[in-house]
Design a binder for this molecule. Structure first.
Ligand SMILES: C[S@@+](CC[C@H](N)C(=O)[O-])C[C@H]1O[C@@H](n2cnc3c(N)ncnc32)[C@H](O)[C@@H]1O
Ligand code: SF4
Ligand code: SF4
Length: 345
């Protein structure tokens, strides 16, 4: 396949679905309901465009607006990639609610030890988790996580965001994660709070905002990871691909940024409508990101096919100006992009 701009085909981030049953207050789907398009990617989209087993090493199913487990074909899509290359490393990030044990059992059997399922759980029971994960269903989360553990060798991560309401409970959440069979506990320090951005000074901020030690000083979220078991992905090939692309990208771009989208760090983003957008940061719908510039037929893989989209001459003007885009200059500033930064999701 022609790839004249050297897009890093080794890592893709698919928004399999922009559908979700939850209403987390700081999620773009809740903050920007007017421009939300609820849809999903189907198996045939992947069959037509992503039969690239020699190139793809890592796939992330997460998204900006929805949850991958609500994509009707998720298990079939995962099976499609794993059948072509069992070593491809798949990460699924989900709130975990409302799927039954049979579904989790089947997903678990489709995955292997190169894969990871991350459950976004900010509480320790129905009441506490609902403080941010509004409308979650704790019973199905617990049953689902346990069914997945039983059926799968995939790495399981409990991903919590540090909030005011949970900051005294991290140790208990970690112990619950261990009891349920999770392999990792991750604490994310988010920036979406009133003391960081004044527009977040609303009614819920007093419940959500943690003390300063749990808020990053910069603009990117920070993560602390505790390993709970020895089960970890063998990611040496992925790190190698990542570092090779870091070196190449540094040598190519002499401006003020080192664009992670040409390294592959976060995965090349494909949203639930099939638009290819270089990363999920600029793919979200907050105004300043200028998302509109990407919502054109030339960049829609459903309409044009992958090869045409990746090789569109329109990318030249994007590449010429991303130094001056706010998101790019904040997230991919040259001084930030160390080896550690460029190899962390
Ligand atoms: C839009 S969600 C999509 C995946 C899935 N629905 C979920 O929530 O895990 C993408 C990521 O944003 C994270 N997220 C949601 N609200 C956040 C917040 N206030 N601060 C930091 N990360 C947040 C989620 O935990 C998830 O890792
Ligand atoms: S679970 Fe994920 S997609 Fe759903 S509302 Fe919360 S952050 Fe958004
Ligand atoms: S913020 Fe800009 S430069 Fe950085 S990865 Fe996204 S599109 Fe690329």
């Amino acid at each position: 396949m022609q790839n004249q701009y050297n897009w890093p085909l080794w890592h893709w981030h698919f928004e399999a679905s922009s559908i979700c049953t939850l209403k987390c207050p700081r999620c773009p789907r809740t903050e920007l309901p007017d421009t939300l398009v609820q849809t999903q990617l189907r198996l045939d989209f992947f069959e037509k465009n992503f039969d690239l087993p020699d190139s793809i090493k890592k796939i992330t199913f997460c998204g900006d607006d929805g949850d991958p487990i609500y994509a009707r074909d998720l298990i079939d899509i995962v099976a499609f990639f794993k059948e072509r290359n069992p070593n491809v490393s798949i990460t699924i990030i989900t709130n975990g609610s409302y799927k039954d044990d049979i579904w989790w059992d089947k997903l678990g059997k489709t995955l292997n030890s190169q894969d990871e399922v991350k459950f976004s759980l900010d509480g320790w029971d129905q009441e506490s988790n609902s403080k941010y994960r509004v409308n979650c269903e704790w019973d199905s989360i617990e049953r689902g996580a346990k069914a997945l553990r039983k059926s799968s060798s995939a790495v399981m991560g409990w991903d919590a965001i540090a909030f005011g309401f949970n900051q005294e409970h991290h140790a208990y959440m970690k112990s619950l994660a261990q009891d349920w069979g999770f392999d990792r506990f991750q604490l994310t320090k988010s920036t979406k709070f009133g003391s960081k951005y004044s527009h977040y000074n609303d009614d819920v901020n007093s419940i959500l905002e943690p003390s300063a030690e749990f808020i990053p000083t910069g603009h990117r979220f920070e993560r602390d990871i505790t390993l709970l078991t020895n089960r970890q992905i063998n990611n040496s090939e992925i790190i190698q691909a990542n570092l090779a692309h870091l070196e190449y990208t540094r040598s190519l771009y002499q401006g003020n940024i080192v664009p992670l989208c040409f390294i592959g760090t976060k995965g090349m983003f494909v949203n639930s409508q099939g638009y290819f957008i270089p990363c999920c940061w600029i793919g979200n719908r907050y105004n300043h990101n200028g998302i509109q510039q990407f919502l054109k037929p030339e960049f829609n893989i459903q309409q044009q096919g992958l090869e045409n989209v990746l090789n569109s001459t329109q990318w030249e003007s994007f590449i010429a100006k991303f130094d001056s885009m706010k998101e790019c200059s904040e997230k991919c500033a040259k001084n930030l992009v160390t080896e550690e930064y460029a190899t962390s999701w």
